[in-house]
Design a protein around this ligand. Structure first.
Ligand SMILES: Nc1ncnc2c1ncn2[C@@H]1O[C@H](COP(=O)(O)OP(=O)(O)O)[C@@H](O)[C@H]1O
Ligand SMILES: Nc1ccn([C@@H]2O[C@H](COP(=O)(O)O)[C@@H](O)[C@H]2O)c(=O)n1
Length: 233
């Protein structure tokens, strides 16, 4: 059994293209990747009825069971198998069944607040923020929520204005400054190709961690000038 060596966090607003980016950048190393949708760690709301659950603010950090996510991510990093919860958007709750997830060389944590929790952030080797204009995101969300998540247009609009948009501005967007890389317009082909190569190299074990945070911080503390790096290096 292998122990994952590379953990990637992909954050960004609803409909930004996080899932798409996660899929594209790991396409070539399918067997070596575990994808962890943050949605699976929404709190279990079985104590509420469906109507109450449909009124919950799902874009606030308190909607997630961070402790469980930290625990399961830690276990995967230790090379242990976890029983990951599954989420059902139609009933606003976890499914009864969990799936068994094996540790792999690459782990991708993907969700609106993937870069929110400090302790989770410390476990990530690469932090991405997918940035797409809000008008594009809401159009994508309307289509997805109505077609795939059994919602009606009026409800999607109400939820967007009452919670999704304000929480995005308060909690999601500020995590952009924690990202190592901002991927514009989601599945941007240049960014996707570069990331794909980087991840493949990690799986094959010959990666040079050129954007390794600690190395860069150390070099800066030793007097390395990041601003002139492109011309002098
Ligand atoms: N770069 C892109 N160009 C066009 N459509 C895209 C792009 N990225 C994602 N999409 C589409 O937008 C929708 C939302 O993308 P998704 O990856 O599910 O977003 P998120 O996971 O951030 O909510 C999907 O239908 C997807 O196919
Ligand atoms: N019961 C739920 C749970 C979550 N949501 C919304 O999902 C969004 C996150 O998923 P993305 O794929 O869009 O990143 C988030 O904005 C929640 O509002 C929901 O509608 N219902």
């Amino acid at each position: 059994m292998t122990i994952p060596s590379f953990v990637i966090g992909i954050a960004g607003g609803t409909g930004a293209g996080k899932t798409t980016v996660a899929q594209l950048v790991t396409e070539n190393v399918e067997d070596a990747v575990t994808r962890i949708p943050l949605d699976n760690y929404y709190e279990d709301l079985s104590h509420l009825d469906l109507e109450e659950r449909s009124d919950v603010n799902y874009d606030h950090p308190s909607a997630f069971e961070w402790e469980l996510l930290r625990e399961q991510l830690t276990h995967l990093l230790e090379g242990r198998t976890v029983e990951m919860p599954q989420y059902d958007f139609e009933i606003h709750n976890r499914k009864d069944e969990r799936i068994t997830v094996e540790p792999t060389d690459v782990i991708v944590l993907e969700g609106i607040l993937a870069l929110y929790d400090e302790r989770i952030n410390e476990m990530l080797d690469l932090r991405l923020y997918v940035e797409t204009d809000a008008d594009v995101r809401i159009l994508r969300r309307i289509q997805r929520d109505v077609v795939e998540r059994g919602r009606d247009l009026e409800g999607v609009m109400r939820q967007y204005l009452s919670t999704v948009k304000p929480m995005h501005e308060q909690f999601v967007e500020p995590t952009k400054k924690r990202a190592d890389l901002v991927v514009p317009e989601g599945a941007n082909s240049v960014a996707v190709n570069l990331l794909e190569e980087k991840i493949q190299a990690e799986v094959e074990g010959d990666a040079v961690r050129s954007w390794d945070r600690e190395t860069i911080e150390k070099r800066v503390s030793e007097g390395f000038d990041l601003d002139s790096a492109q011309t002098t290096e």
